[in-house]
Ligand binder design. Structure first.
Ligand code: 4AZ
Length: 674
C-alpha cells in the first residue's frame, strides 16, 4: 500500500485585501478596543507560543492566478479600476443558472459579506469578512482543545486564531489538549490508481471515508496542499468498496464527512459516527490537482482561478473552494436552495437553525416544496437521522445565538394605545401621495425632526442614542433641534410622545446640496440625566435595524414609507401617514445623469404613491423573510410628487453602513457579522 500524502491540516485561507475606512474620518473616530496584554482566553497546558493578533486583521491578497479580481465590497460604487473582466462567465443552460452578469463581475466569494454571513470568528468590514480579534468571541461553557495543545474558551476563539495564522487549530478530537491529538488524513492508492481517503482520529484505527455526503467541498478540503498554492480537487468521486483490492487489508468501518468547503482540515467538518462497511458501501475518492489550473478555461472561472464545468455551478456545493460558483445564481439546481440575494445554499443548510440567506428565507418554518424539508436538529425531523460524532454546526448555532442578541426591527405589538384625551375629530384623509393614516403607535421607529419649533422632516430611530435622517434636513447646530419620538398628530403630543434634545449632528462629509449625493446625517441624542441612556423606556418606541448589505432587498420588493409630508394638493398631513412602495430598478432611465451611487428609487411608475416635501429624512422600511424591518432608504428628493415616471429618490442606507458604524462607533448598530 503506497501512502501518497499525509495532510496535517496546514492550508492557506485566502482572503482579499480590501479593508477601507471612510476617506475623511470624523474628528472623533471610534477606537477599536485593545486586546489585553496577556489574553485571558488562552491557557497553556504545554509550552507553546502563539502570536496573538493585536487588532482585526486585514485580509491577505490571495496567492492565486491573477485573472481573478477581488470582490468590490460595494457594488453600488464603481470600482476604482474596473479594468477588463475576463473571461466572461456566460449564463449557461443547466439546473441552476449563473447570473446576473453585474453580480458575476463583482467576483464574490464566501468572504463577501454583502452576500453571505461571515463565520462567527470573522467580522464584516467594507463588505469583506476579516478575522475577528479572539476576545470578541463569546465564551462557551466547556473549553476546547486545539491541535497545538492549547485550550480556548470557545471554538470561535480557536478559529479566530486559526483564521489569522491560516494554520488549522480547531479539532473536535483533541480532547486531552495534547499536541499530536490530531486527525490524520491520507490518500491511499487503490489498485486502479484512485486516491481513496483514509481518516484516523486520535486513539482509533484508520477508517475509510464513506461516499455519503462526499462532494467537491469535502474533496477540496482534503486536497489542500500545505506550503504550496492551494491546488484543490479536480474531482470528487466514489467507488464501490467491493472493487478495492482484496489482497490489501482495508478498514472495515467508514465515517461520513460533510464539509462546507471553508474548513482548513477535515477535523473542522461534520463527521458522522463510524459505520460498518458492507459490500454495498461506496467510499470516497479524490482526484487532487497537483498544481494550480493553467490554460484557457472553457467553463466557469472561479474567483480563485480554478476552472469548473458550468454544470457544477449553482448546485449548492462549493466546487471552487472559495464558493464563488454559488454566489451569483438566477436559480439553483441539484435541489439546492435559492436565496433572494442570488446565492445557492445546500439543502442540508435549510432549516438547520443557522441563517444563511441574508433575509433568513432558509430558516422559515413552512415552504411549499416538501422536498426542501430536511433535517432539523432541533425538531429531529428528517428522512434518515444522521448521528454526528462531531458537528461544528451545533457550536456555530450557539455562538451565533449569543452574538446576535440585538433587538431591532420588531415593533411592540403588545402595547395598545388608549387615547386618554380627545380623539381627533377631522375627517380621515386617504393620501400621503396615495398613503393612509397610521394608527397612533403603528410606526414605532418614526421620529420627527423639530427645528426651532417647526417640523419639516422625519427620521428613523436606530436605537441607543441614534437617529438617522437626510443631510438636507439638518444643520450642524444641535441646539436648534429636538427629536420627537412616538409622535402621531404633528401638532399634538400623545401620552407616549417625548421630545429629546440633540447632542450632536453628523452630516455626511461628502453631502452635496446641489446633487443630493450622500444625503444622510446622524443625530446623536442627549443623554438623560444621571443615565447612560438617551430615551426613557417607551412601549411605543422601537428601533429599526440598519441594513449591512446592499443586497438585502432587491428591485420589486415592497417596502413602506411614512411621514407628515404634503399630499398631491400640497397640504401637509396633520396625522402621520404611511404608504407601500416598490423598489425600482434602473432609476437612471427616469432621472438621466442624476442618480448617483447611494441613491435608490421607490414608488410606482404611475405616480399613485410617493413621498413628498415634509417626508424628507423619513424612513423607507423593508421587512425581511423573518419579519425584521430595516431602514432601507431615507426620503431624499424627486421631481415633484406623484408624477408618472418620476419616482421618489431615497438615500440607500445600506450603502452607508460602514459610515454609520464608523461614526456611531456603536457595536450594536448591527446584529450580524459583528
Ligand atoms: C422634498 O422636497 C421632496 N417625490 C421629497 C420627496 C420627493 C420630492 C420632494 C419625492 O422634500
Amino acid at each position: 500500500m503506497k501512502v501518497l500524502s499525509v495532510i496535517f491540516f496546514t492550508c492557506v485561507l485566502q482572503i482579499n485585501s480590501l479593508e477601507k475606512s471612510p476617506s475623511k474620518p470624523p474628528t472623533n473616530p471610534p477606537q477599536l478596543p485593545n486586546p489585553p496584554v496577556n489574553p485571558p482566553w488562552v491557557s497553556r497546558p504545554v509550552s507553546h507560543t502563539t502570536h496573538m493578533p493585536q487588532t482585526e486583521q486585514k485580509p491577505q491578497t490571495p496567492k492565486v492566478p491573477s485573472i481573478a479580481k477581488p470582490a468590490n465590497p460595494n457594488p453600488d460604487q464603481p470600482e476604482q479600476n474596473p479594468g477588463k473582466i475576463e473571461p466572461t462567465n456566460k449564463p449557461h443552460v443547466n439546473d441552476g443558472v449563473l447570473g446576473p452578469q453585474q453580480c458575476l463581475e463583482q467576483k464574490y466569494t464566501r468572504l463577501s459579506c454583502a452576500k453571505v454571513f461571515c463565520p462567527p470568528w470573522m467580522r464584516c468590514i467594507s463588505g469583506v469578512c476579516v478575522c475577528k480579534v479572539p476576545y470578541k468571541c463569546p465564551r462557551q461553557e466547556s473549553r476546547v482543545c486545539t491541535l497545538d495543545g492549547l485550550s480556548y474558551y470557545s471554538m470561535c476563539q480557536a478559529n479566530a486564531i486559526s483564521c489569522r495564522s491560516k494554520e488549522p487549530v480547531f479539532s473536535h478530537f483533541s480532547a486531552t489538549c495534547k499536541v499530536g491529538d490530531k486527525v490524520e488524513v491520507t490518500l491511499v492508492k487503490s489498485e486502479d490508481s484512485k486516491d481513496v481517503i483514509m481518516i484516523q482520529t486520535p486513539a482509533s484505527e484508520k477508517r475509510l471515508v464513506c461516499g455519503k455526503y462526499w462532494d467537491m467541498a469535502a474533496a477540496n478540503v482534503v486536497c489542500q496542499n500545505p506550503g504550496n498554492a492551494p491546488s484543490g480537487a479536480k474531482l470528487a468521486s466514489k467507488m464501490s468498496y467491493r472493487l478495492l483490492e482484496k489482497a490489501k487489508k482495508w478498514p472495515n468501518e467508514c465515517m461520513s464527512v460533510r464539509c462546507t468547503g471553508s474548513e482548513l482540515s477535515l477535523a473542522e467538518c461534520s463527521i458522522a459516527t463510524p459505520e460498518p462497511i458492507t459490500e454495498k458501501t461506496e467510499v470516497a475518492v479524490a482526484n487532487c490537482y497537483k498544481e494550480p489550473h493553467q490554460g484557457k478555461c472553457e467553463g466557469f472561472t472561479c474567483v480563485n482561478g480554478r476552472c469548473l464545468k458550468y454544470k457544477n455551478t449553482c448546485n449548492g456545493v462549493d466546487d471552487c473552494g472559495d464558493n464563488s460558483d454559488e454566489m451569483c445564481c438566477l436559480s439553483c439546481g441539484n435541489s439546492a436552495f435559492h436565496c433572494k440575494s442570488h446565492v445557492c445554499i445546500p439543502e442540508h443548510a435549510v432549516r438547520d437553525g443557522i441563517r444563511d440567506c441574508l433575509g433568513g428565507e432558509d430558516e422559515l418554518e413552512v415552504t411549499e416544496d416538501p422536498k426542501k424539508v430536511t433535517e432539523d436538529p432541533k425538531k429531529g425531523k428528517n428522512k434518515t437521522i444522521q448521528q454526528w460524532y462531531s458537528d461544528p454546526k451545533e457550536e456555530i448555532r450557539n455562538i451565533r445565538t449569543s452574538l446576535e442578541k440585538l433587538e431591532c426591527g420588531i415593533p411592540n405589538m403588545d402595547y395598545v394605545y388608549r387615547p386618554e384625551e380627545k380623539v381627533p375629530s377631522h375627517q380621515r384623509s386617504k393620501r400621503l401621495v396615495g398613503g393612509e393614516e397610521a394608527l397612533p403607535t403603528q410606526i414605532q421607529w418614526q421620529v420627527a425632526i423639530q427645528e426651532d419649533k417647526e417640523i419639516h422632516c422625519g427620521g428613523a430611530y436606530l436605537g441607543g442614542c441614534w437617529v438617522l435622517t437626510a443631510a438636507h434636513c439638518v444643520r450642524p447646530k444641535p441646539k436648534s433641534f429636538r427629536i420627537k419620538i412616538s409622535l402621531w398628530e404633528k401638532h399634538n403630543r400623545q401620552s407616549t410622545t417625548d421630545s429629546i434634545p440633540v447632542k450632536n449632528i453628523i452630516i455626511h462629509h461628502e453631502y452635496n446640496p446641489q446633487t443630493y449625493e450622500n444625503d444622510i446625517a446622524l443625530v446623536q441624542l442627549e443623554l438623560l440625566n444621571l443615565s447612560d441612556q438617551c430615551i426613557q423606556e417607551n412601549p411605543a418606541v422601537r428601533a429599526v435595524c440598519v441594513p449591512w448589505s446592499t443586497q438585502q432587498f432587491q428591485p420589486n420588493d415592497t417596502c413602506t414609507i411614512s411621514g407628515w409630508g404634503r399630499n398631491k394638493d400640497g397640504k401637509s398631513a396633520p396625522i402621520l401617514k404611511w404608504a407601500n412602495v416598490t423598489i425600482i430598478a434602473d432609476c437612471k432611465t427616469y432621472y438621466k445623469g442624476r442618480i448617483h451611487p447611494g441613491m435608490e428609487c421607490a414608488g410606482d411608475l404611475e405616480g399613485k404613491v410617493d413621498s413628498c416635501q415634509g417626508d424628507s429624512g423619513g424612513p423607507l422600511v423593508c421587512k425581511d423573510a423573518s419579519g425584521v424591518s430595516y431602514v432601507w432608504g431615507l426620503v431624499s428628493w424627486g421631481d415633484k410628487c406623484g408624477e408618472p415616471d418620476h419616482p421618489g429618490v431615497y438615500t440607500k442606507v445600506a450603502h452607508y453602513f460602514d459610515w454609520i458604524r464608523f461614526n456611531t462607533g456603536w457595536p450594536a448598530v448591527t446584529k450580524y457579522n459583528q
